[in-house]
Design a protein around this ligand. Structure first.
Ligand code: ATP
Length: 630
């Protein structure tokens, strides 16, 4: 401990001596630093004095420099003013010079322009003079030409006037002749009607006579029986028996003769009836047009506005309310279009009622005329329903023909009847009565005999109409073939024409008369205008063929109506008109049904169909001739 204290004490004493050393060193350094700082301060104060003196010099230099600068600025301002003045006077001088120069140039220009203007004026005057002369010359020339033309035209107009007057006179004369003809035809019609009435009375009388004869026959038969009994009874009296027998024989002979006479009268009456019937048909016109509007189906909701103004009697008019049109002023109007035909059938008419109107034409075919009945109209307007449904015109016409032919047998007539059913599709003929596998394959040819005016269908199946059930069979075969065809081309039945042809050849063994008539019942392809742009390939061909054949039919009817005897009729332009060549025109009776849809959506097509039908209705075709041979 003591040692440690002694070490600590020594350490403390060493540190104390070190501290006093440090203090003396610091004192020495302090005095040295003070001496150095003192010398620096005296140096700085000397430098400060120097700098002050420099600053003073610099200030006086600055003042001098400012004075000089002020002087120089003033001098420069004077110089600038002098220069500006000098420049302005130079500018004035040059402006004066330029103005003078411009004046001079303007003067020179004016002089040159005046000179050029004068030159031009002189040239224009010269040209004007030249052109005026030329113009006068041309005017003179034209005047002469116009004068010449005017006198030529006046001469021509006078010629035309004279010609027109002559034509007018001849047309007047022709009109008078036509008037006379019409009056005579009217008188003839009245006569014919009166004759018909007389003949009807005669027929009734004859029928009464026949009934009387039949009664007489029966009476005679009864008395014959009584006589026989009497003879038996009077067996013993041979003379009285012979007398009674002779009596009876004579009376029977008388009765037979009376019956023969009655039969002969009946035959004569039939010949007369035919003549009168066909005279009446001719007077009705050889081309007739009837219109039929079908009823709307339950699911058809928007009907068109179709009216039948004279529906209380035998309706002949149909009135269609057209689509709405808006004028430039915004007024909405609707027009009503009226059409009249030989007969109009409304939606309530049944096929039976329609057939009544055509049954007389069917009779004409039996009497030896060529008859053509068409159904024209857009798809779905009721053509097939009218023509070949179960109670349509084909079954009804054939049933009537069969019944009539049977009835005429007792008047000595025997008929041979044969039916064909063909389809015209894409300008080729197909046999609807042939085998379905042959459809579109077997070539069917149409041959015409111009001397006999007869058409034959080579390679086509002809069905003899020997019983009414045959028609049913025929229609079934045709319908089967049409449905086979329909699977080949959708909607084919609407896109083809079907023609039912019934040939009727009659012979009267008693009178020696013979008649050959043909009844053609035609269901035409849908008449809607088909848009070429929307069709392509097979459909386009179909479309073109339908449009072509329908317009050809129109052309043929039109040509028949306007042509003179022997003029060219374009039958060859389509397969349909070619086939019907001898059943269209002077030697035939034609009836066209225009079928109409009752719907608003079909209004435009309905109007187009009615317009076409009106055109046909206005056509007058020459008198039909009966095909008879002695
Ligand atoms: N007078 C009518 N009474 C009742 N239904 C009718 C009548 N006319 C047509 N129809 C019906 O209207 C529909 C269309 O008629 P239809 O097939 O006869 O027309 P279309 O003109 O022959 O058509 P497509 O050209 O397609 O053969 C059928 O369902 C038919 O039964």
């Amino acid at each position: 401990m003591e040692r440690e204290f002694a070490a600590f004490k020594q350490m403390m004493e060493t540190q104390a001596s070190q501290t006093s050393d440090h203090k003396s060193t610091i004192k020495m350094l302090e005095s040295r630093a003070v001496a150095e700082l003192e010398s620096i301060r005296s140096q700085l104060s000397a430098l400060n004095d120097e700098l002050k003196a420099d600053l003073k010099d610099a200030k006086s230099f600055m003042a001098n420099a400012n004075q000089e600068l002020e002087m120089a600025r003033r001098n420069h301002g004077f110089e600038l003013e002098d220069m500006r003045r000098k420049h302005r006077s130079e500018l004035d001088d040059s402006e004066e010079r330029r103005r003078k120069e411009v004046d001079r140039m303007r003067r020179e220009n004016d002089e040159t322009a005046e000179k050029v203007r004068k030159d031009f004026e002189a040239q224009i005057d010269k040209l004007l003079k030249m052109h005026t002369e030329e113009l006068e010359e041309v005017q003179k020339k034209f005047k002469n030409e116009i004068e010449e033309e005017r006198s030529k035209r006046t001469r021509e107009a006078l010629d035309l006037q004279t010609e027109f007057k002559l034509k007018l006179q001849s047309v007047g004369l022709e009109a008078d002749t036509k008037d006379r003809e019409v009056n005579s035809v009217k008188a003839e019609l009245t006569d014919v009607k009166a004759e018909l009435a007389r003949e009807k009375t005669l027929k009734n009388g004859l029928q009464a006579q026949l009934t009387e004869s039949t009664t007489l026959n029966l009476t005679l038969e009864a008395s014959n029986k009584a006589m026989k009994e009497k003879i038996n009874f009077l067996e013993s009296d041979g003379q009285a028996q012979a007398q009674a027998f002779n009596d009876l024989h004579r009376r029977m002979q008388e009765a037979i003769e009376a019956a023969e006479l009655a039969n002969e009268k009946l035959r004569q009456e039939e010949t007369l009836r035919r003549k009168l019937h066909n005279q009446v048909q001719e007077l009705k016109g050889n081309i007739r047009v009837m219109c039929r509007v079908r009823p709307a189906h339950e699911d058809e909701t928007e009907p068109a506005k179709i009216g039948f103004p004279d529906s209380d009697a035998d309706s002949k008019e149909v009135a269609i309310q057209g689509p709405q049109t808006k004028s430039a002023m915004g007024n909405v109007t609707t027009s009503t279009y009226s059409y009249s035909f030989d007969r109009v059938f409304g939606p309530k008419a049944q096929n039976g009622e329609v057939f009544e109107e055509i049954s007389q034409l069917v009779q004409s075919a039996l009497d030896g005329y060529n008859v053509c009945i068409f159904c024209y109209g857009q798809t779905g307007s009721g053509k097939t329903h009218t023509m070949s449904s179960d109670d349509g015109m084909i079954p009804r016409a054939t049933a009537q023909i069969y019944a009539e032919a049977t009835r005429l047998e007792e008047k000595g007539w025997k008929y041979k009847m044969e039916g064909n059913f063909v389809e015209v599709y894409n300008e080729t003929y197909n046999d609807l009565l042939g085998r379905s596998e042959d459809l579109d394959k077997k070539k069917l040819e149409v041959r015409h005999d111009p001397t006999k005016k007869q058409t034959t269908l080579e390679n086509a199946v002809s069905v003899p109409l020997d019983s009414p059930s045959r028609v049913e069979e025929m229609l079934k075969t045709a319908s089967k073939n049409r449905s086979v065809a329909a699977t080949k081309a959708n909607m084919r039945s609407s896109r083809s024409h079907s023609v039912f042809i019934l040939k009727l050849v009659g012979e009267n063994s008693v009178t020696g008369e013979r008649s050959e008539g043909t009844l053609n019942l035609v269901d035409l392809a849908g008449s809607e205008r088909l848009d070429h742009s929307k069709a392509e390939g097979a459909r386009l061909k179909e479309t073109q063929n339908i449009n072509k054949s329908l317009s050809c039919l129109g052309d043929v009817i039109n040509a028949l109506g306007s042509a003179k005897e022997g003029a060219h009729i374009p039958y060859r332009n389509s397969k349909l008109t070619y086939l019907l060549q001898y059943s269209l025109g002077g030697n035939s009776k034609t009836l066209m049904f225009v079928m109409c849809s009752p719907l608003q959506a079909h209004l435009q097509e309905t109007i187009t169909s009615l317009k076409f039908a009106t055109k046909v209705h206005n056509t007058h075709i020459g008198t039909a001739k009966k095909q008879t041979r002695a």
